[in-house]
Design a protein around this ligand. Structure first.
Ligand SMILES: NC(=O)c1ccc[n+]([C@@H]2O[C@H](COP(=O)([O-])OP(=O)(O)OC[C@H]3O[C@@H](n4cnc5c(N)ncnc54)[C@H](OP(=O)(O)O)[C@@H]3O)[C@@H](O)[C@H]2O)c1
Length: 260
């Protein structure tokens, strides 16, 4: 049996992505900190698609030892798709940002994503049909005022994943790497980013997508041969694209150091 792993599946885009992949008949491994929310999603999927296996893992991905332990715990599963979706944002100027929250954001958005991508690529790059999809943001291609550090983490996600996609293509291995870059999406994101108990998107955010729409875009990206799925910041249309960042390929005959 083949599984789709989704981190951050207890709410928002990850939750809807789990339902969307379940509708495609995919067995799921769902990870986040909130066990109860994961369990209720598991029960919902069991009602809708009783033939599917749904495995849940409670894990705090901002702690590197837990990230490694999560991956280790999945050694017996065959993983077809890995989606690094767990992440959060913060709105504050750099000088005023709360460092403990920022450090946790760096650990989750950058460190966990890199560890999990590395381990998955190491084990599965040669397996036909495999994909790794990392969730970046429009803020992973445009720096947004008052969200500089969050955007920098997402520039990392975009650059890392585009670079990985280039690397996998140049090695001619079957795994595909892709990056989804949502714009404003109605989830728990704003509550966490602004440290609020509740946030109403309707009336406060001029344009936004629902998490269900974003999960639909994720499936469009999954089905395509493109590397980037980007929500256009002006039109809010979903656009599938080739890698956006410049990439300096290394000629086979060049010594390793000549590009540094
Ligand atoms: N919503 C937007 O406007 C927007 C725009 C661009 C990009 N994005 C990106 O989309 C992704 C999904 O966010 P969302 O909008 O769906 O927000 P969300 O509703 O807050 O979902 C975030 C998910 O990440 C999980 N998570 C957070 N901290 C974690 C930790 N330490 N360990 C494990 N899991 C953790 C949360 O689960 P637990 O709390 O249960 O751990 C939750 O399932 C993020 O990477 C975000 O940066 C969102």
């Amino acid at each position: 049996m083949k599984y789709t792993v989704i981190t951050g599946a207890s709410s928002g885009i990850g939750y809807e992505a789990a339902l969307a992949f379940a509708a495609r008949g995919k067995h799921l491994i769902l990870a986040a900190r909130r066990t109860e929310a994961l369990n209720s999603l598991k029960n919902k999927i069991a009602e809708l698609y009783p033939q599917l296996d749904v495995v849940i893992r409670t894990v705090d991905l901002s702690i590197a030892t837990e990230v490694h332990a999560l991956y280790e715990s999945l050694k017996d599963y065959s993983i077809e798709t890995w989606i690094n979706n767990a992440g959060f944002g913060n709105f504050a100027s750099v000088g005023e940002q709360h460092l403990p929250k920022i450090e946790q954001m760096l650990h989750l958005n950058i460190e966990a994503l890199t560890i999990l991508s590395t381990l998955y690529v190491r084990d599965y790059a040669e397996v036909p049909g495999t994909q790794i999809i990392n969730i970046s943001s429009g803020g992973g291609y445009t720096i947004v005022a008052d969200a500089v550090t969050y955007c920098a983490t997402k520039f990392y996600v975009s650059a890392f994943t585009e670079g990985l996609a280039q690397e996998l293509k140049s090695k001619n291995v079957p795994m595909q790497a892709k990056v989804l870059a949502p714009a404003a999406t109605e989830t728990e994101f704003a509550e966490r980013a602004f440290d609020l108990d509740q946030f109403e998107y309707e009336g406060r955010v001029p344009k936004f997508h629902t998490a269900e729409q974003m999960a639909g875009f994720l499936l469009d990206l999954y089905d395509s041969e493109y590397v980037v799925g980007l929500v256009n910041g002006l039109t809010y249309n979903f656009e599938l694209k080739n890698p956006i960042f410049p990439y300096a390929a290394r000629a086979a005959s060049q010594p390793v150091d000549s590009q540094h």
